[in-house]
Design a protein around this ligand. Sequence first.
Ligand code: ATP
Length: 363
Amino acid sequence: SNVETMPAQYAALADVAPPALKKRVVSGVQPTGAIHLGNYLGAIRTWVSLQDLYNTLFFIVDLHAITLQHEPEELTNSTKSTAAMYLACGIDPEKASIFVQSHVAAHAELTWLLSCVTPIGWLNKMIQFKEKSRKAGDENVGSGLLTYPVLMASDILLYQCDLVPVGEDQRQHLELARDIAERFNNLYGGRKWKKLGGRGGRIFKVPEAMIPPAAARVMSLTDGTAKMSKSAPSDQSRINMLDNPDTILMKIKRCKTDSVNGMEFDNPERPECNNLLSVYQVVTSKTKQEVAEECKDLSWGQFKPLLTDAVISHLKPIQVRYAEITADPVYIDRILANGEDKAREIADVTLANAYQAMGFLPR
Ligand code: ATP
C-alpha cells in the first residue's frame, strides 16, 4: 500500500494515515561544511513538508564526507551542526528519524556487498565523479570517490524506501541505485532466495526519484551558472544559514551582477538575475508573478537591499532556534540515539536478507 493507492479517505488526510500506509522517504546532507541557502531551499526545507505525508528518515551522511580530503575536526563539528540545523529548520524528531549514517553500521556493510555486484563501467560513467576527480587531480582521488554512488545506493536500499527526493545533481546516482537494486534482485532475489527458505522475490525495493514540491536550485553568488555548494573554495559564493546580517549584507552587495536595469526571471543571458529573483521569491513566499511585477523596474542597486532584508528576516528564526538547540548538546545526542534505533530496526533486517540471499552463513 502507498499514498497513491490508499483509499480516498486516507489520501485526503495523508497526515493521519496509519504509518504502514505511508510511503517511505530517505534523504541526507553531507557534513562537508556549513549548511547554506541551497541545501536549505533545495533540500531541508522541502523535507519539512514531507514529514507529515511520509515515513521519513533524514540522516547526516558522514561516510560520504570523506570521499575528498577532509579535516577530522571539521567533520566532527559539521556533523553536530548539521544535525542541529535539521532541527532548527523544522525537522521534527517526533515525525522523522534523524540519525548519523556511520552510527548504523549496515550502511558500510551493505556497501561492500553491493560493490561486488556493481560493474566498474557503471561507476566510470558518473558525471560527478568525472568532475570532482578532474578538479582534485589523480593522486588525491581515493577509490571512495568512485564508489561513492554505491554507498548512496546502500543508504537508500537498506530502508526499502519508495521515494528519494533528489536534486538534478543526484539524479544519475539514483538511477544507478535502481540499477544496482535490480541487478541484485535478479542475481540473488528469485529462485536462489526461495531455495534458502525465504519468501522469494525481491531483496530490495526499487525506489523512485521524487522532485519535492517547491524545491529550488540555488546558484552561486559569484557565478550564476554554478550551483551554490559547501565545498566551493570561496565563502563569498554562498550564503550560509548561520551568516550574521552584516555578512549577508556584504555578500549580496558583492555578488555578481550585470549591467542591465530591471530584474527579470528566466533570461538565459542573465543567470545571476534569475537566481537572485528566485531566492527572493522563495524567502518572501510570494508568487513568481508578484515578484516579476514588483521588481521589473528595479535596478540592481534597488533590488539588493530588498533581497538582503528578506534573506535576513527569513533566516533569523532559524538562527534563534539553532542557538537554543546547540545550547543543550544532550538534547541532540538523545534525538540522534533515538533516530539510530529506529533506523537500525529497518536496516538490520534488509542487511540480514542480503547476506542470506548471497549465501553467507547466518550470524
Ligand atoms: P558539497 O559541495 O560538499 O558537494 P553540497 O552543498 O553540494 O555539498 P550536498 O551535501 O551534496 O550539498 O547535498 C545535500 C542536499 O542539498 C542534496 O539534496 C542536494 O540536492 C541539495 N543541494 C545542494 N546544493 C544545492 C543548491 N545549490 N541548490 C539546491 N539544492 C542543493
